[in-house]
Write a protein that binds this ligand. Structure first.
Ligand code: AMP
Ligand code: ZN
Length: 113
């Protein structure tokens, strides 16, 4: 998608701090971290949000979670971490390219669920 900032980051057109990359996903540090570790894991195809996941692209979601497990270990999040995925305006999604936030490195007190 030409006007998608995460597609531009995946293509290297916008700089990012890469944490992990494979055939399916790209992961980089959030520009506005909300925890000592705040990494975004994005599929290398443009999927707008979870509403657009189907059997043609769900492998990217599975691979994203495999990547999350590897990244969390590499970042030393042995005490735990939170994975957040916002979909749509009510959830506050600001970038309309599916992404998973990995948040960790601190004891989290706020809990919605
Ligand atoms: P969401 O609100 O769930 O759509 O999350 C979007 C996230 O992307 C926010 O946490 C932003 O701080 C982050 N973000 C936006 N632009 C960039 C960028 N150029 N590099 C890294 N993170 C970004
Ligand atoms: Zn995109």
């Amino acid at each position: 998608m030409a006007d998608c900032i995460f597609c531009m980051i995946i293509n290297g057109d916008i700089p990012s701090t890469k944490v992990y990359e494979d055939e399916y996903v790209y992961a980089f540090r959030d520009i506005n971290p909300q925890a000592p570790v705040h990494v975004l894991v994005v599929p290398k195809v443009h999927i707008a949000c979870t509403a657009d996941i189907d059997e043609s692209n769900s492998v990217y979601v599975a691979k994203a979670y495999e990547a999350i497990a590897k990244i969390a270990k590499a970042e030393g999040l042995d005490a735990g971490y939170r994975v957040i995925c916002n979909c749509g305006d009510d959830a506050g999604q600001t970038v309309k390219h599916l992404h998973f936030h990995i948040l960790g490195g601190v004891k989290m007190t706020e809990k919605m669920v």
